[in-house]
Ligand binder design. Structure first.
Ligand code: SF4
Length: 380
């Protein structure tokens, strides 16, 4: 039997577009019923019934805009089409403005066993600036309700590094976050993406992004604070209470394990080829209605692209890159091939090689982008 794979289901609907967000999503909720039918169709069409699935992730957009019945229908389509492992991790993203205790209880009943709650902050000024649809009070309420509904694997999402944010404001967010005892935290630095409302505001001079120095201090402080409170920094933006609470699904991406991505704009990867669906709900539904697979494009990765993918993803992680695995996969010595890049990194203690693994230190992680760029220049 082959190794287990993962399934990502994209739910591209939101009540309102947040100013910083460049994910594909649509505010026309009337499309949901046809979209659910199309998703079922795509799952059945693309499934290899021999594939074992051990992680399923409902991401968005806003999955919590779906009715529990729709989620149940999708889960049944998956279990009817694939071999689903008994201990499957099933994550469901919740926007605090769109769920309640009753829904959460029902979601638990139908098999969802991990929640990812998009709290983003407990500071009202931050939430307003981020144009979130919910208040801090609503986030606190939904976290309490999730615990009441019996979820013990809860991840909270946070954003930091807003232009007016001080170390004290961020520290308060973190203190309040750990006070809610989540098993996992994702803390993302605010990045300004092209095409977003924030990008336009910056171009109009309405605000300036926070400088790199302040960002680096916040990044360091986040890691120190969470480590001191028993959250392991296992990936650049992710922290878990012990190894057992890491996101199994996201860890698969960082391990380059094949995954299915279902839905508009979803990406899939089979170990060699990446493919992606159209960034249009109308086109996605139409393709499936006409009996076509909704694949917009695919790309088979060259050996060098696969190498680069492995370096880029593994340097984000605590364990780093497995040097022996690199040799086995690519018949090439990592240490010889990248000798001139590794020497200064090791010399300046930005990275270490230990037990046949190359990993970045905290200082190295602060400079992740430029380190990855150096590897890319040599590889691609
Ligand atoms: S709710 Fe999430 S997916 Fe939707 S616009 Fe906001 S950040 Fe983006």
């Amino acid at each position: 039997m082959c190794d287990p794979k993962s399934i990502y289901i994209h739910i591209p609907f939101c009540v309102k577009k947040c100013g910083y967000c460049d994910f594909f999503s649509n505010t026309d909720l009337s499309l949901i019923p046809d979209y659910i039918l199309a998703l079922q169709n795509e799952i059945k069409k693309r499934a290899d019934s021999e594939d074992k699935i051990d992680t399923i992730y409902f991401g968005g957009g806003t999955p919590s805009l779906l009715s529990v019945k729709d989620v149940d229908t999708l889960l049944h389509t998956i279990t009817d089409t694939f071999k689903v492992c008994r201990d499957v991790e099933i994550t469901f993203e919740v926007n605090p403005g769109t769920s309640n205790l009753n829904d959460l209880r029902q979601l638990k009943k139908i098999g969802i066993n991990r929640l990812s709650i998009g709290a983003q902050s407990f500071n009202e000024d931050k939430l307003r600036f981020l144009t979130r649809i919910h208040s801090a009070e609503q986030s606190i309420k939904i976290i309490n309700e999730a615990q009441k509904a019996g979820f013990d694997n809860i991840s909270l999402d946070f954003i930091y590094g807003l232009y007016f944010e001080t170390q004290t404001i961020w520290r308060k967010d973190l203190e309040q976050a750990i006070g809610m005892t989540p098993s996992h935290l994702s803390c993302y630095m605010l990045t300004i993406e092209p095409g977003t409302a924030f990008n336009q505001k910056i171009q109009k001079g309405l605000f300036k992004p926070l400088g790199n120095k302040a960002m680096s201090i916040m990044f360091k402080n986040t890691i120190t604070f969470l480590n001191n409170n028993n959250y392991e920094h296992y990936e650049i933006s992710n922290f878990s209470k012990g190894r057992q609470n890491r996101s199994r699904h996201n860890s698969r991406y960082w391990d380059m394990t094949p995954y299915y991505g279902f839905g508009a704009a979803a990406h899939s990867y089979d170990g060699k080829t990446r493919s992606w669906n159209p960034k249009s709900i109308g086109k996605y539904i139409k393709d499936l209605d006409s009996g076509r697979l909704p694949v917009e494009e695919d790309e088979t990765l060259t050996k060098n692209q696969l190498m680069m993918e492995m370096i880029m993803l593994r340097l984000r992680t605590l364990e780093g890159l497995d040097i022996a695995k690199f040799q086995t996969l690519f018949h090439d010595s990592f240490e010889n091939r990248y000798k001139d890049i590794l020497e200064p990194i090791l010399g300046e203690s930005l990275g270490i090689i230990n037990d046949q693994r190359f990993a970045l230190t905290l200082e190295g992680k602060i400079r992740l982008d430029s380190i990855v760029e150096a590897f890319a220049e040599k590889t691609l």
